[in-house]
Design a protein around this ligand. Structure first.
Ligand SMILES: C[S@@+](CC[C@H](N)C(=O)[O-])C[C@H]1O[C@@H](n2cnc3c(N)ncnc32)[C@H](O)[C@@H]1O
Ligand code: SF4
Ligand code: SF4
Length: 371
């Protein structure tokens, strides 16, 4: 059976490779556009730099549903649109945004799943794509960072776990009833000292609930990701603060246990970055070897912040879509200069913690094993 993630990765490489190699910072139209619709959130996750960062006075500056539709119209119909935040369902006009996006493009949602219920699950199923090439919702990620109390502790709000799991179950059941392959339902977990030992149990939970995928991403300590601070200084040139260390034997043991569980299950497992367990072990010793990584994302993926600023990844604004067109920003002088600098650097010191870094060769980066 065709693996949608593998197809997307192949298209991404095709879209990025030739422009990166032969053109002067120029890029083909984006293959994926991630809209950070709001920085508002009902949860208070310990690892997240988003909540509390939205100045309430600035909420009226958020892109309206109409402005978002205007941006979407400028994008290719084949572009995958991600809606994330903050918490997307806190926007009162989210359904309007979602319905328009699904009438034109493929859509991916990321939610904490605590403010939604069976009606929202029905709506997602109504708007889901019938196959990987057609418009509609192709995937939904729901974040879980532990089991019961441990999840609620990381997420800062009692009762969050029960709500997120209830939403996941309702989504999975409704998808089963309707019989389609889409949307792909994904549990998203961030590897931290608080989650590391519970990772295999989270995989078992995903398997029991019947999700398609459990994806684990590394902790990013970059304070300016997700358009949180609108930095004009070049944050990518500085290393982010160190991550809290996790003993190699502990993290390796947990990730290997997940791999063993996944080998006997229909639920898939993905580590982001997709660079092998040893790269993740290295990350948690603060010794990731950046020279072994590369980036093509900036040639194919665009991030749009709540107020219309466009970011390659960091909160280093390339221009604002209230003032300029997608074309003007995407291949504008600032974006092209950023891509040229990235091409000669490989990756930047600030890339530590990025979950889309690519290992340079087909050989997966290895760590000097310790502990
Ligand atoms: C910022 S949240 C926004 C969507 C939604 N509120 C949620 O929690 O799923 C998107 C994803 O980023 C993850 N995340 C939050 N802080 C992170 C960090 N410091 N490093 C890596 N991932 C992080 C969340 O767990 C979530 O899976
Ligand atoms: S990770 Fe998601 S749910 Fe948690 S505080 Fe950040 S935006 Fe909110
Ligand atoms: S590897 Fe670096 S430049 Fe590329 S997307 Fe990640 S943070 Fe941005």
């Amino acid at each position: 059976m065709v693996n949608p993630a593998a197809v997307y990765r192949a298209l991404h490489d095709l879209n990025s490779y030739l422009p990166k190699r032969f053109f002067d910072g120029w890029a083909r139209p984006p293959l994926r556009v991630a809209f950070i619709l709001t920085h508002l959130c009902n949860l208070r996750c310990t690892m997240c730099n988003t909540w509390g960062k939205e100045n309430p006075k600035e909420i009226p500056k958020q892109l309206t549903a109409r402005e978002i539709a205007h941006i979407i119209k400028q994008l290719p119909r084949y572009a995958l649109l991600t809606f994330t935040g903050g918490e997307i369902y806190l926007r009162k006009d989210f359904r309007e945004i979602l319905t328009y996006a699904c009438s034109r493009n493929r859509v991916h949602l990321v939610t904490n799943g605590t403010t939604v219920g069976p009606d929202d699950a029905d709506e997602i199923l109504d708007l889901s794509a019938s196959n990987m090439l057609t418009k509609g919702i192709v995937s939904v990620g729901v974040s879980l960072d532990g089991l019961k109390e441990s999840h609620d502790q990381v997420r800062g709000v009692p009762g969050a776990f029960e709500k997120s799991v209830a939403f996941l179950r309702s989504l999975v059941e409704k998808k089963r009833d309707r019989g389609g392959r889409y949307p792909i339902i994904d549990i998203k977990v961030v590897i931290t000292p608080e989650t590391v030992e519970v990772l295999p149990d989270l995989f078992k939970l995903g398997d029991e609930v019947g999700v398609d995928l459990v994806s684990c991403q590394i902790l990013n300590t970059q304070s300016s990701s997700y358009g949180v601070k609108h930095e004009e200084k070049e944050v990518h040139r500085q290393s982010p603060p160190p991550v809290p260390e996790i003993a190699p034997a502990v993290i390796r043991g947990s990730l290997e246990a997940m791999e063993s569980l996944a080998a006997g299950s229909v639920t898939q497992l993905r580590f982001n970055p997709n660079a092998g367990i040893e790269a993740i072990v290295d990350h948690y010793q603060n010794r990731l070897r950046l020279a072994e990584f590369d980036c093509t994302t900036v040639w194919s993926v665009m991030h749009v912040g709540p107020h219309g600023d466009v970011f390659p990844c960091y909160s280093y604004s390339m221009g604002n879509l209230k003032e300029k067109s997608v074309k003007e920003v995407w291949n504008g002088d600032k974006y092209r200069a950023f891509r040229k600098e990235l091409k000669s650097a490989g990756v930047f010191p600030g890339c530590v913690g990025c979950c889309v870094m690519k290992p340079k060769s087909s050989r997966r980066p290895s760590a000097a094993k310790a502990g």
